[in-house]
Design a binder for this molecule. Sequence first.
Ligand code: GDP
Length: 265
Amino acid sequence: GRASPPLAALSQVLRLERSRRTGIVFPLQKLERYLAPGTDTTRFRVFQPGLAALQRAEALFRSDRGHPIDYVSSAVRMDHAPPPALPEVCFIGRSNVGKSSLIRALFSLAPEVEVRVSKTPGHTKKMNFFKVGKYFTLVDMPGYGYRAPQDFVEMVEAYLQERHNLKRTFLLVDGVVGLQKTDNIAVEMLEEFGIPYVMVLTKIDRASRGVLLKNVLEIQEFVKENTQGCFPQLFLVSSVEFSGVHLLRCFVAHVTGNLPTVEAS
Ligand code: GDP
């Protein structure tokens, strides 16, 4: 199999000096020191697991013979979806937001997992299901754009409304450009359906600190003022540098009920 990239595993991150380590494991905390004094940062630390929880979550994402991580199937309609036997999470976002890169980063300790991409224009967009041992499934939803075809909208809506084992939806937002109109359409849909979701800011290595701070503060404010179902803390990730990937693995493990307790760090 392919070797996993550097910093894909916590053991590699723990060898870094303290400030870099914080930047990789808790990217939002790393930003705190650049905020104006008095800025309310309570929402920066809602989910703040300790090392033991991070390690337990990582073990779930590391495949071996007794714990296979596999692509299961693709579906264009709900009746083609695998039976809803396990807790499930799904990832949605605009095309090009970095969704397949992030899923590849999450599964980088299971290098045999193929994260398929279907970007050819006109190619049918599918929901791709991955099974993580006997613990949970992760669904890669088709990327949306403005002018999403009706059958696509119907597939996504049907999935979000009908999937009873869906524990959390991860809505990806581009860290360089921030919230866009099409992202707001997704937010409105999730709010209307009343299902729990969380926002993930991608490609943070590509945004300057100023742009990143602006987008983070804007989104945290937006979430606070305009949403009911959104988790108060924003997750920041870079699939290139692995920032936030370990924390996100831990949050996935948590929301799928696979971390009985999350002790604070
Ligand atoms: P998708 O359409 O949402 O699946 O997006 P992709 O994962 O294919 O990413 C779209 C583009 O952004 C590709 O050129 C990726 O290499 C790039 N990209 C994705 N994630 C990151 C990241 O974390 N950092 C940087 N610098 N580039 C990224």
